[in-house]
Design a binder for this molecule. Structure first.
Ligand SMILES: Cc1cc2nc3c(=O)[nH]c(=O)nc-3n(C[C@H](O)[C@H](O)[C@H](O)COP(=O)(O)O)c2cc1C
Length: 404
């Protein structure tokens, strides 16, 4: 669908060497207008895995807010691969129409659209965070939300008292890889520009990667090569149907940061194999495989995962995306300028301010003004500037901070 008059103005994204955050990024046949990506974030608001108006309104805000790439929340490749009853899905053709509404809308608003494909494995059949964030129980059943059989590399539950998964057999793994492939074909039919494979945060593919969750003795467990097998089979299957010119991202928990867990060195080996299979960007997160109280994890300082992205980029020579407590325009720009990562994903800061990229640009490049804003906003805001300055300096605001 053609970009219309309310798209963010392209001129505001003209390359500026001091602010590479706002330079374009060409990956294969897709050009992102800047380096800012809306990080995938579950909203737990779907019914039956279907897109509805909430998802459209939610994602449109970030496209209007100036993100170069807007990524959907984790979207399940099978019904039982949902984390909660509220997850989006792309396990059947009926779900393509809603997804097409998302891509059309995001394109109309001047951004590219990405979809994160996911399977929760032993972390499936959970309550929404605000319903308890644990395994589904009698209170959920009373609301009509029953638990379902979950699967994983083995039969160990995520945590004591949680559902025990059924260990996936080898024929089931073959079928599952096909399901990822079908989901990717549907993502193409729906018009997405980018697919991200979710292999982080303790979900199914991470469960196979990490020795903390994978105690299999067949050729999907044991050695690093065996533990990587499922993820690599999924990538190869997705690449078979995902056009070569379209970027493929892979989100990894680059370290479990726990004794005996998946390490940054393992991630470098994995990233090399991913690159050979046609992955374009490694999105570097961390943790999530073990129960929070059992896992140490990295200390949560600002940008705490950026060194992971830098390390993989330097060692493997693949493009990376940094994520996690990136909150400030200068911080984000420095990540790209210093070569630590090619892309910066913003999560909760975007929930707080969907216009985060436009505000970041205002902050870094005041001379650009409101040129990057949707025209029906920018025209007025530009003209308000002088009036507002005068009014604020004249007003007796008794210490209050205006939300301007
Ligand atoms: C409400 C919420 C939902 C999330 N859902 C997902 C998800 O679907 N897939 C994923 O890979 N990460 C998910 N995450 C993690 C975010 O993508 C991001 O990595 C994390 O919030 C750290 O970035 P931030 O500090 O900018 O929020 C979620 C985070 C939040 C807060």
């Amino acid at each position: 669908m053609a970009t219309n008059a309310i798209s963010a103005g392209a001129s505001a994204n003209a390359p500026d060497d001091s602010f590479p955050l706002f330079s374009t990024f060409q990956i294969g046949g897709v050009a992102l207008k800047n380096r800012l990506v809306l990080s995938p974030m579950c909203t737990y608001s779907a019914r039956g895995g279907m897109v509805d108006d909430f998802h459209l309104a939610h994602l449109a805000k970030f496209a209007m807010g100036g993100f170069g790439l807007v990524m959907t929340e984790a979207t399940a490749v099978t019904r039982d691969g949902r984390i909660t009853h509220g997850d989006l899905g792309i396990w059947q053709d009926e779900q393509v129409h809603g997804m097409r509404r998302i891509t059309d809308l995001i394109h109309t608003l001047g951004a590219k659209a990405g979809i994160q494909l996911a399977h929760a494995g032993r972390k499936a059949s959970m309550q929404r965070p605000w319903d308890g964030n644990g395994p589904l129980d009698h209170r959920d059943v009373a609301r009509g939300e029953r638990a379902w059989e979950i699967v994983g590399p083995g039969t160990e539950p995520m945590e004591l008292g949680w559902l025990s998964p059924r260990a996936l057999s080898q024929p089931e793994l073959t079928t599952l890889v096909e399901r990822w492939k079908h989901a990717a074909a549907r993502a193409e039919a729906a018009g997405f520009d980018v697919i991200e494979i979710h292999a982080a945060h303790g979900y199914l593919l991470h469960q196979f990667l990490s020795p903390l969750a994978n105690s299999r003795t067949d050729h999907y467990g044991g050695t690093l090569e065996n533990r990587m097998r499922l993820a690599l089979e999924v990538v190869a299957a997705v690449r078979e149907v995902w056009p070569a010119r379209k970027p493929l991202f892979f989100r990894v928990s680059a370290t479990d940061a726990a004794d005996g867990g998946w390490s940054l060195e393992d991630s470098a080996v994995l990233a090399t194999a991913l690159q050979a299979l046609g992955v374009d960007v490694v999105d570097c997160s961390s943790g999530g495989v073990a129960a929070p109280q059992a896992s140490t994890g990295l200390p949560r300082s600002l940008g705490f995962q950026v060194p992971l992205a830098r390390s993989i980029k330097d060692e493997v020579g693949i493009a990376t995306m940094a994520v996690g407590l990136i909150v400030d325009a200068h911080q984000a720009n420095d990540i790209v300028a210093s070569g630590a990562a090619d892309l910066v994903a913003i999560g909760r800061a975007a929930l707080h301010d969907p216009h985060w990229p436009l505000h970041a640009q205002e902050n870094l490049q005041p001379a650009v003004g409101y040129a990057g804003w949707p025209q029906p906003y920018g025209w007025w805001l530009e003209r308000r500037k002088k009036v507002l300055q005068a009014a604020l300096s004249a007003a007796d605001r008794r210490g209050a901070t205006p939300l301007v």
